[in-house]
Design a protein around this ligand. Structure first.
Ligand code: ADP
Length: 149
């Protein structure tokens, strides 16, 4: 079974995330969308809401599971029998950040990473932009799936 973990904060899930998940689906039998819980971080949406947004978006798609985890992403992958981490790349800043983490995950835990380049229409979309707009009572509908709207 080809199982991948797509880790992130998903605070909240955006159309950029959805695009990466949908495009990765043909390559895997199962994708676990995994929300990493970091006690030191504060989030705009509670974990349950972030999980519900994703579950609702992919309702009826049995290839997608939504889970949360604490600790190392690579350790979670091993626990779940996933041999690969899925990530999206928007730009060179993402690349530089992801390169170090991917190399460390491979070296320390033997878990490989697979990257998909984001679709051009979503290169400006990020959860932090959505949070900024939300904090200032702006309209962020065009950046997120219906479940978040
Ligand atoms: P993190 O909290 O680790 O930054 P995010 O929830 O922001 O996680 O994102 C999870 C993954 O989704 C990362 O690989 C990130 O690069 C990717 N991603 C975020 N926004 C987009 C986008 N607009 N297009 C493609 N990939 C994206």
């Amino acid at each position: 079974m080809k199982r991948a973990v797509f880790p992130g904060s998903f605070d909240p899930v955006t159309l950029g995330h959805v695009d990466i998940i949908e495009r990765a689906l043909p390559f895997f039998d199962e994708i676990i969308v995994a929300i990493g819980v970091n006690e030191a971080k504060t989030y705009m949406w509670p974990l349950e809401a972030r999980m519900a947004f994703i579950s609702e978006t992919f309702l009826g798609n049995s290839k997608i599971k939504v889970m949360s985890y604490t600790g190392l992403t690579a350790a979670f992958c091993k626990e779940q029998g996933a041999n690969c981490i899925l990530r999206g790349l928007r730009n060179t800043t993402d690349f530089t950040y992801e390169q170090t983490i991917a190399q460390a995950n491979d070296l320390v835990n033997g878990v490989d990473s697979v990257f998909l380049m984001c679709s051009p229409q979503y290169s400006h979309v990020s959860s932090s932009i959505v949070r900024d707009i939300a904090r200032n009572d702006g309209d962020y509908k065009m950046l997120v799936p219906k479940s978040v709207q």
